[in-house]
Design a protein around this ligand. Structure first.
Ligand code: DGJ
Length: 716
């Protein structure tokens, strides 16, 4: 629970879930501490020690590091606010005018800048999960004249001296959320995203700590901006430090030149940036954020249905007979949601045409999609379809009829997957797409939309306003999702973007699932899911069993390994299972049964990941909140250099509990790279959580591309 107290006239102490954030307002709002919980009785000494000395060749008074850090405040790094009015008033001078406490979790600072005629409202909330949420609102208070041009609006917070390493992410199509570590040096480690969507190479989450922090070890400070457009994140160290702190962490939306120009009375509201501290490594960050995601109003409330998605099964070959057969095969193995991917609308034999014309293809579907939808519903499954609402092909009726609806100046549009972007910021465009989608969803019994976005936005200037429109385009997409869900309250939405290029907490305020990647190769997927899971709980992250030979990598993997990998997500199938052997269907049936059995655990539990296992191996699991039940996957990606079955510790269990430990073999037995498995695997073993967590069990050496599933059940 969050507790908070205004411990002295000018100091606010927010405290929740073993985190403290202490902010003084003297002489202006400044974070004195963000990290492990402090006692209220610590605050006077913290405040009394909140300034450093005066350095040589520096200002004549100690440098401070306020929340609105800028040159005016003595901060020579990336400033919190940059604006101007026609080139004037470019030195923001906001003076605090009020401090509000709307509730115990929140403090709001109001500022006025009389000369720039602007007001600023800075909201900091430490939620019950211990996550510090930062949001800024800037309003033009002028009554006439030049608009207030916003250049940057960032959350800027201090990091402690011990922090000297960054973990963040990059990626590409089919290789999203690839982890990279960087030592902190003097200067700025800047991650700018100008792709107009979150991007395959999104920084995603920036984790900092003392070098070598792991999933289970180290004090770490992390941030993520909940936004699906351009972003700007940096870790910055100046020789003079940041007040009495060593380093600054800053994040926010990246604004394009001229994108936000506030006319009198207009307000810019930043996306929320989340700052997350953990005393227990990256898993501690995940524990906080997963619970926060699970408390979102948009978070799905029903058990996550097992999916079959048609993409890798049929691609654009939408033959109703074939799809009906696929639906029947899906139902026969226990699928609960059948999703018709790209290719159902008119003029769409491939990805070169038709996008934007959301009319059901009368040649393939003379009676509309109702027939298939009825069949799918009759088989006891939900019915989903694919849309790409923000896009159009030049070869479409929409592009031919409304060239003025295309986002971007006419001479600056490079095609990407043969497509262009629709300017959803124009009300006519937004309404047109809404009505088309609403009609298809409403008349065909659609329960689920896979919402794709297959290109970056480049030179995204609205032809209506002549200005960059990424910010408004993101808001328009969110609003479209919300309006469709308002009209169809049971509708669920999956955020997909050429695989996992729109995976962020911004879109998850509106959507119920993300498609993490177009690769269904389990070797690739293990790592993509591991790091997507830093922010997202498994039930939100789509993960499908593909064919034996992965379409994206051409690598072959066993069915067992594909199934174990998909089990740790919102599971599905993306494979033409009408061609499966009886044995394969039987295996899929067993897997769907296991998914249903373990779903209550996997989709509500605590994600844990071990450090210090052999290179090329992973140990990850989910432990139920009461620690009665856990399932771990012991995974081998590449051959082991060592040949022995060594003890590996299982994190997250209750040390005082006794567990029955057993291998779950429904998806196949361990594919051993040993003559004989460790003896304890021959029969269920009883062991304490202490033994399992502190000493561990010898785990078998596996052949690469395989996994062992191990279950822990609290003994009666
Ligand atoms: C990209 C997505 O990531 C795929 O899953 C699939 O939906 C295709 N687009 C369809 O065009």
């Amino acid at each position: 629970m969050s507790e908070s107290a205004a411990t002295s006239a000018g100091t606010v102490h927010l405290r929740a879930a073993e985190v403290s954030v202490v902010i003084t307002t003297d002489p202006e709002p400044r974070i004195l501490h963000w990290g492990p919980a402090l006692a209220d009785s610590d605050i006077p000494a913290l405040t009394a020690t909140s300034t450093g000395g005066v350095s040589y060749s520096s200002f004549d008074s100690p440098r401070l590091f306020p929340l609105l850090a800028s040159e005016r405040t003595g901060w020579s790094g990336r400033p919190a606010l940059v604006w101007h009015r026609g080139g004037l008033h470019s030195d923001p001078a906001p003076t605090r005018t009020a401090t509000h406490r709307p509730d115990a979790e929140t403090v709001v600072f109001s500022f006025e800048d009389a000369s720039a005629e602007a007001s600023v409202e800075l909201t900091l909330r430490l939620d019950r999960f211990g996550i510090l949420r930062h949001r800024v609102r800037v309003t033009s208070t002028a009554t006439a004249g030049e608009p207030l041009g916003l250049v940057s609006v960032r959350a800027v917070v201090p990091l402690p001296t011990e922090v000297d390493e960054i973990l963040d992410f990059t990626g590409r199509w089919t290789g999203e959320r690839a982890a990279q570590r960087t030592p902190i040096t003097f200067g700025a480690h800047v991650r700018e995203n100008r792709r107009g969507r979150t991007g395959h190479d999104a920084a995603f989450v920036t984790v900092t700590g003392a070098a070598g922090f792991g999933f289970r070890t180290g004090r770490v400070w992390a941030c993520h901006t909940a936004w699906s457009g351009n972003l700007d994140t940096a870790v910055e160290r100046l020789p003079e430090g940041a007040g009495v702190h060593a380093t600054a962490l800053s994040a926010g939306e990246l604004l394009l030149a001229g994108e936000v120009r506030l006319v009198p009375g207009q307000t810019y509201e930043s996306p929320e940036t989340l700052f997350v501290f953990s005393a227990d490594g990256i898993d501690g960050i995940s524990a906080r954020v997963h619970e926060a995601v699970r408390s979102l109003p948009a978070y799905p409330t029903s058990p996550r249905p097992l999916v079959l998605n048609t993409w890798e099964a049929v691609y654009f070959d939408h033959d109703p007979e074939r799809l009906s057969e696929l639906a029947r095969a899906a139902a026969s193995v226990g699928v609960e949601r059948f999703v018709l991917d790209d290719g159902w609308f008119v003029g769409r034999p491939d990805d070169r045409s038709g996008l934007g014309d959301w009319t059901i293809d009368p040649d393939a579907w003379p009676d509309g999609l109702r027939g298939l939808s009825d069949l799918v519903h009759g088989l006891g499954m939900q019915f989903g379809i694919w849309f790409e609402p923000e896009m159009l092909n030049p070869d479409s009726d929409l592009a031919r009829t409304h060239p003025e609806w295309i986002l971007g100046t006419a001479d600056a549009q490079a095609l990407w997957r043969h497509q262009l972007v629709l300017d959803l910021t124009q009300p006519d465009v937004w309404n047109h797409i809404l009505e088309r989608m609403d009609d298809v969803i409403g008349t065909n019994g659609v329960d689920f939309v896979k919402w794709d976005h297959n290109r970056d936005l480049h030179a995204a200037v609205s032809r209506a306003s002549g200005r960059p429109a990424v910010h408004d385009q993101v808001l328009a997409a969110y609003a479209l999702m919300d309006e469709l869900r308002r009209r169809h309250p049971r509708l669920e939405i999956e955020s997909c973007a050429s695989g996992g290029a729109r995976v962020d907490l911004g879109v998850l305020a509106h959507a119920q699932r993300v498609w993490a990647s177009d690769t269904n190769d389990p070797i690739e997927r293990q790592l993509i899911q591991r790091y997507t899971g830093v922010l997202l709980p498994p039930e939100i992250v789509g993960s499908h069993v593909g064919p034996a030979r992965a379409h994206t990598t051409h690598r072959t993997a066993s069915l067992s390994f594909r199934m174990v990998t998909a089990l740790f997500g919102h599971a599905g199938i993306e494979w033409d299972i009408t061609g499966c052997t009886d044995d394969e269907r039987e295996a899929l049936r067993a897997w769907s049964g296991l998914y249903r059995e373990l779903r209550p655990l996997l989709h509500t539990g605590v994600t844990v990941r071990s450090d210090g296992v052999d290179e090329g191996a992973l140990l990850h699991g989910v432990v139920s909140p009461n620690r009665d039940h856990a399932v771990f996957a012991w995974v081998r990606l590449t051959p082991s250099t060592s040949g022995g079955a060594m003890r590996v510790r299982f994190p997250g269990l209750d040390p005082d509990a006794s567990y029955v430990v057993r291998e779950r073999t429904e998806l196949g037995s361990s594919d051993l790279h040993l003559v004989r498995a460790p003896e304890w695997m021959d029969a269920p073993l009883t062991a304490s959580g202490r033994l399992l967590g502190e000493a561990g069990l010898p785990l078998p050496v596996l052949n690469p591309g395989s996994a062992t599933l191990i279950e822990f059940t609290r003994a009666e």
